[in-house]
Design a protein around this ligand. Structure first.
Ligand code: MSP
Length: 672
C-alpha cells in the first residue's frame, strides 16, 4: 500500500501563528487529506522549533523563564491549527526528550564517520534567521549588514570555538543526488538556484555555539550547544522515533518537506548532507523539498501590524474555515509568491463558491424538490443522452486532472480541475433544461429523471473532489444530498469513483445555502470588523493640504494622454508573456539585472532590465512578466538586451511594480 509522510517546517516560538505559517500548514493539511482520501497510509507532522539564541533572547526580553516561554508559545501553535481544519498526526517540539535523543545520536554518527571536527568560527551570524553568511551575501545598510532573508536586524560578528561540519566534503555527492533525483528540489526554478549555490562551492559549517546555553548539549562537550538548524532539521526524523522502531520503518524517508523559499537552502543542502554524513544512503533521503513563495497582504509585505488584520483564526471566524482554505489554495499558484487580498477573497467567494458551486447545489436540489419532491423513485438511465455522456466524461477528466495535480503538489490546479467540472455541470443543467422537459408532462418525465439524477451524481463526485480543501463544506453538501460524509480509510481509494446515478430522490434536503452571497453591505461590515481598509480614499483637498504640510505627497495631477495611435500602430508591438528562467545582477550596477526570459522560443532571451533597485534576482526567477519582444536589441553596460520587461512606476526606482498576467499563461502567449 502507498504510504505518504509529509511535514511542515517547525515554527519558531518567538512568533505567533500568522497567515504565512498558516498558509504552509493548510497546504500541508490539504495534501495530507488528499492522500488519506486515496487510502494511503499517511502521516502529517508539524511542530515547533524552540531552541537557539533568538528564542533565548526573546524570553529574556520578556523576563520569562525560557522553558515556560517555549511551553506557552508552543501550545499557541498546537491550538491554532485545528480551528483551521488542520488535522496533524504528530506535533513535535524540539524540547521533547524523544527529539533530543535522536539529535544527539545523529550528531554522534556524523562525528564517528569523521564529518565533525573542532575549530574556531569567526564570521557573521544573523540571529534573526539563525544563519551564517559571508559578507558578500549580505546587504550593507546604515544599520549594518542585513541578511537576504529579510530579517530586520543586522548580522553580528561572532568569534567562538565551535564544532564544524564537513559540508565541503559533500559538494559532489549533493550535485550527483540532485542530478539523479530531479524532483528532489521543486519547483524547477528553485532547483536551479540550489544547484548553482552548491556549484559555487560549499564551506564547512559551524554547528555548535558556546556563547549561550539554550540548545541541545553536544555529546561529550557540554560547553557547546548545537546549532539550531542541526537540531531543528532532525525533527523530521526524531518524530518517528529511534532507528528500529515501527514508525521509523513505516514512514522514513519523508515524501514531502514543505518549506518557504527562505529556508530552502537549509533543507535542500544542509539536511541531505547531514543525513549522508550520518550514513543514510540515497534511497533513505527525503524524496522532495518543495519551496513555496511568500505572501503579501493586500499588496504589502507582511508586517507585525498588518498581521493583525489577517489573523488566521479571525479570518476563519468571519469567512468560515473552509472558505479561507479554499481562497489561499486557489489564489496562489503554489510555489510562487502571492497576495492575500480581502477584496479578492470576497470576489472569489461570490463568483466561485456562491455563484458556481453553491448555485449548482441549490438549483439542483431546488429542481428536485419542485419536480420530483417527496423522495420518489426516479429512472436515472433510460432517457440518457449525449449531454449526460459528456458530463460523465468531464467528471472523469476532472478526477484524473485533480489527482495528477495533487500528486505534483499543485493544489491550485487540483481546484481548477474541479471547478472546470462545476462550470460544466452548471452549463449542463442550463442546456438540459429540466424545467422545459417537465412542461411536456409524461413525455418529458424520463428526461427530467435523468437530468436530476445526473446533476445529483455530479455533485456527489464534486463533494469528494473538494474534500481535501473544504472538508466541512463537503460534509454539508453530502448531508443535503442525503449521503454520508466521507470517512477515509487506509487501503480504500475514495477518489476511485463509480458513476452511479441514484434511482430515487429520498434523503435530499434543500438546507440553508452553504455559501450565502456577500453583498456590498455585508462586505463593508466584514471589512470594518477586521479593520481592513478596502481602498485608500482619495484625499479631499483639505486632507491633501494637511498631508502636504506634514511633508506627505499630494495626489499627482492626472497624466496627459500621449499622442493618439491607430490600432495598426499598436498591433506592431510584439507584447508577450515571458517567464524569467534565471537572473543575476550586472556587476558594478545597482540597477541592472541580467535576465534570461522564456518568451516561447526554443531558447530563452537575454533581457537586461533596469529594475534591480526594486527586485533581487531571486525574486524574479520563475515569475511571469510582460515582454516587448520586438524592441530593437540594445547594449547595456556591454550586454546585449533583446526586449524589455514592462513595469509600472511608483515612488522612484525602488518602487516598481512588474506587469504580470492575472492568471498563469504559457510563455510566448501574445498580449493584446
Ligand atoms: N524554525 C524555522 C524552520 C525550521 S524547519 C526544520 C523557521 N521558522 S519560521 O517560523 O520562521 O518560519 C516558518 C515558515 O513560515 C517558513 O517556511 C517561512 O517561509 C514561512 N513564512 C513566514 N512568513 C511567510 C509569509 N509571509 N508568506 C509565506 N510563508 C512565510 O524558519
Amino acid at each position: 500500500m502507498n504510504r505518504y509522510y509529509l511535514t511542515t517546517p517547525i515554527y519558531y516560538v518567538n512568533d505567533v501563528p500568522h497567515l504565512g505559517t498558516a498558509y504552509t500548514t493548510i497546504v500541508a493539511d490539504a495534501i495530507s487529506r488528499y492522500h488519506r482520501l486515496r487510502g494511503h497510509d499517511t502521516r502529517f507532522l508539524t511542530g515547533t522549533d524552540e531552541h537557539g539564541e533568538k528564542i533565548e533572547r526573546s524570553a529574556k526580553e520578556k523576563g520569562i523563564d525560557v522553558r515556560k516561554f517555549v511551553d506557552d508559545a508552543s501550545a499557541r501553535f498546537r491550538d491554532a491549527w485545528p480551528p483551521l481544519g488542520v488535522e496533524f498526526d504528530d506535533f513535535i517540539r524540539t524540547t521533547d526528550k524523544r527529539h533530543v535523543e535522536v539529535v544527539q545520536d545523529l550528531w554522534e554518527r556524523c562525528r564517528k564517520n569523521g564529518h565533525i571536527y573542532e575549530g574556531t568560527y569567526e564570521g557573521l551570524y544573523c540571529v534573526g534567521c539563525e544563519g551564517y553568511y559571508t559578507e558578500k551575501e549580505l546587504t550593507p545598510t546604515p544599520e549594518g549588514l542585513l541578511c537576504p532573508m529579510g530579517t530586520h536586524k543586522p548580522a553580528e560578528k561572532v568569534k567562538e570555538p565551535t564544532f564544524f561540519f564537513r559540508l565541503s566534503a559533500f559538494e559532489q555527492r549533493l550535485l550527483d543526488f540532485y542530478e539523479k533525483n530531479p524532483g528532489f528540489v521543486s519547483p524547477e526554478s528553485r532547483r536551479n538556484e540550489v544547484m548553482s549555490f552548491v556549484k559555487g562551492g560549499l564551506q564547512d559549517l559551524s554547528i555548535s555555539r558556546t556563547s549561550f546555553s539554550w540548545g541541545i548539549p553536544v555529546p561529550g562537550d557540554t560547553r557547546h550547544v548545537m546549532y539550531v538548524w542541526f537540531d531543528a532539521l532532525t525533527n523530521y526524523l526524531s518524530a518517528l522515533g529511534p532507528e528500529g522502531t515501527s514508525l521509523r520503518s513505516r514512514f522514513w524517508p519523508p515524501d514531502l518537506h514543505l518549506v518557504g523559499k527562505d529556508i530552502l537552502r537549509f533543507h535542500a543542502v544542509y539536511w541531505p548532507a547531514f543525513l549522508f554524513a550520518a550514513g543514510f544512503d540515497e534511497a533513505h533521503l527525503p524524496r522532495k523539498v518543495f519551496a513555496h513563495g511568500w505572501l503579501t497582504i493586500n499588496g504589502q509585505k507582511m508586517s507585525k501590524s498588518l498581521r493583525n488584520v489577517v489573523e488566521p483564526l479571525k479570518l476563519a471566524e468571519v469567512f468560515g474555515t473552509d472558505v479561507v482554505r479554499y481562497y489561499l489554495l486557489r489564489e496562489i499558484n503554489f510555489g510562487q509568491d502571492g497576495d492575500f487580498s480581502h477584496a479578492q477573497l470576497v470576489a472569489r467567494y461570490n463568483a466561485e463558491l456562491a455563484d458556481s458551486l453553491g448555485n449548482l447545489l441549490n438549483r439542483t436540489l431546488g429542481l428536485c424538490a419542485k419536480l420530483r419532491g417527496g423522495g420518489v423513485a426516479i429512472d436515472p438511465t433510460s432517457a440518457r443522452g449525449e449531454l449526460e455522456a459528456r458530463l460523465e466524461e468531464q467528471a472523469a477528466t476532472a478526477v484524473l486532472g485533480s489527482m495528477a495535480a495533487w500528486d505534483e503538489v499543485a493544489p491550485h490546479r487540483a481546484i481548477e480541475s474541479t471547478w472546470t467540472l462545476i462550470r460544466a455541470a452548471n452549463k449542463y443543467v442550463d442546456e438540459a433544461a429540466p424545467w422545459a422537459e417537465a412542461k411536456k408532462g409524461d413525455a418529458g418525465k424520463a428526461r427530467v429523471d435523468v437530468i436530476l439524477a445526473t446533476a445529483l451524481e455530479t455533485l456527489r463526485w464534486i463533494s469528494a473532489l473538494i474534500w481535501p480543501v473544504m472538508p466541512e463544506v463537503s460534509a454539508k453538501i453530502r448531508a443535503q444530498l442525503g449521503v454520508l460524509p466521507l470517512a477515509p480509510k487506509q487501503g480504500e481509494d475514495l477518489l476511485r469513483l463509480h458513476w452511479e446515478p441514484r434511482s430515487d430522490t429520498s434523503g435530499l434536503s434543500l438546507g440553508t445555502p452553504v455559501f450565502p452571497k456577500i453583498d456590498a453591505d455585508r462586505q463593508a461590515a466584514i471589512f470594518a470588523e477586521l479593520g481592513v481598509v478596502a481602498a485608500a480614499p482619495e484625499p479631499s483637498s483639505e486632507k491633501a493640504e494637511k498631508a502636504d504640510k506634514k511633508g506627505d505627497k499630494k495626489p499627482k495631477a492626472p497624466l496627459e494622454p500621449a499622442a493618439e495611435i491607430t490600432y495598426e500602430e499598436f498591433a506592431r508591438l510584439d507584447l508577450r508573456i515571458g517567464k524569467v528562467v534565471s537572473c543575476e545582477r550586472v556587476p558594478k550596477s545597482d540597477k541592472l539585472l541580467k535576465c534570461q526570459v522564456d518568451v516561447g522560443e526554443p531558447a530563452p532571451r537575454q533581457v537586461v532590465a533596469g529594475i534591480g533597485k526594486t527586485f533581487a534576482p531571486e525574486d524574479l526567477v520563475g515569475k511571469q512578466v510582460v515582454v516587448v519582444a520586438n524592441l530593437k536589441p540594445a547594449k547595456l553596460m556591454g550586454l546585449e538586451s533583446r526586449g524589455m520587461i514592462l513595469a509600472a512606476s511608483g515612488e522612484g526606482e525602488g518602487d516598481l511594480a512588474l506587469l504580470a498576467p492575472g492568471k498563469e499563461r504559457a510563455a510566448g502567449v501574445r498580449v493584446k
